[in-house]
Design a protein around this ligand. Structure first.
Ligand code: C2E
Ligand code: MG
Ligand code: MG
Ligand code: MG
Length: 287
């Protein structure tokens, strides 16, 4: 029966569901406090090229909760999306990333790095999204192509015309556009070629077993071939072993991100490494 009810109607027939509704309400209230009290932090996960040099990082938000400790995005991003709090949270991540890019721009060793920021559909659809991105770029004075926006395939489920138009406006600002978690959604190949994208990211779900599961290998191979034929860069996320990295490189993958190189790191750890790369700090080659 629950399905027939409206989105905002509480369902009193399923105690589990009701429990999760009130749990989400509690998380929503705590998120609001967290935003006000500045409990969020951005960690940065390196991305490396085929030579092993760091080309940039992905910004991944964490919630430094006073009692629960460091909370992962899976436990609060969905609630932030349902409550609309993803707008202020997402803007804060974007602003933080732009400030970091500005700080890196002043040093030769870090001036070339990019930062990828995840953008929820809800944020992208906001009428002022392009203006807010432009304001962040102007305020921090960064070179726009160093900022990479990671969009997801769910954007492509409907309203294609307006999505393409908005992506075009973002490209006019000069930012780089990436399609995250590629392969798990439903984007048709014909719609993909109409998008002003720069990059595809192979979802880590295909990367995890790429050496042992022939289906995952076939899908990864197809995504890389597709990206190459559309002149898009391709990044594999969730790369955990040297063997997987080598196989993906053999298939033609341009960049790699995963625990083989480094997990998402607090900015102090990352900055220390970028300043003084020592081989035992992270198992990563710096070219
Ligand atoms: P994503 O954008 O696909 O990010 C990649 C996720 O894979 C991250 O999880 C990262 O820590 C994890 N990962 C990277 N390498 C490995 C690996 O080798 N092995 C394994 N097992 N995992 C790896 P995380 O940080 O928990 O983030 C989960 C998701 O939350 C992200 O997936 C993204 O969709 C969302 N997210 C994170 N930060 C933000 C944000 O600021 N805004 C929005 N809207 N979403 C965010
Ligand atoms: Mg991402
Ligand atoms: Mg991803
Ligand atoms: Mg993912």
């Amino acid at each position: 029966q629950a399905k027939g009810l409206g989105r905002n109607t509480l369902c009193y027939f399923d105690p589990d569901m009701q429990a999760s509704v009130s749990a989400n309400a509690a998380v929503g209230a705590a998120l609001r406090v967290g935003l006000r009290e500045k409990q969020f932090v951005v960690h940065y996960q390196p991305q490396v090229d085929r030579q092993g040099a760091i080309t940039g990082v992905e910004a991944l938000v964490r919630w430094q909760h006073p009692e629960k400790g460091l909370v992962k995005p899976a436990d609060f991003i969905p609630v932030a999306e349902d409550t609309g709090l993803i707008l202020p949270l997402g803007m804060w991540v974007l602003e933080t990333a732009c400030e970091q890019l500005a700080a890196w721009a002043s040093r030769e060793q870090t001036a070339h790095l990019s930062i990828a920021v995840n953008v929820s559909v809800y944020q992208f659809r906001h009428p002022n999204f392009v203006d807010m991105v432009m304001a962040a770029i102007q305020r921090t004075g960064i070179r726009p192509h160093r900022l990479k926006l990671e969009l997801t395939e769910s954007l492509l489920a409907d309203r294609m015309e307006i999505t393409i138009q908005k992506m075009g406006m973002l490209k006019e600002l000069g930012v780089t556009l990436s399609l995250d978690d590629f392969g798990v959604g439903y984007s048709s190949l014909s719609c993909l070629k109409r998008l002003p994208l720069d990059q595809l990211k192979i979802d880590k779900g295909f990367v995890a077993d790429v050496l042992t599961d022939p289906n995952d290998a076939a899908i990864s191979r197809a995504i890389i071939a597709l990206a190459q034929s559309l002149s898009l860069q391709v990044v594999a996320e969730g790369v955990e072993t040297q063997e997987a990295r080598d196989f993906l490189a053999y298939l033609g993958c341009d960049q790699f991100q995963g625990h083989l190189f480094a997990p998402a790191l607090p900015i102090e750890t990352l900055d220390a490494f970028l300043r003084n790369p020592s081989p035992d700090m992270m198992p990563m080659v710096v070219g």
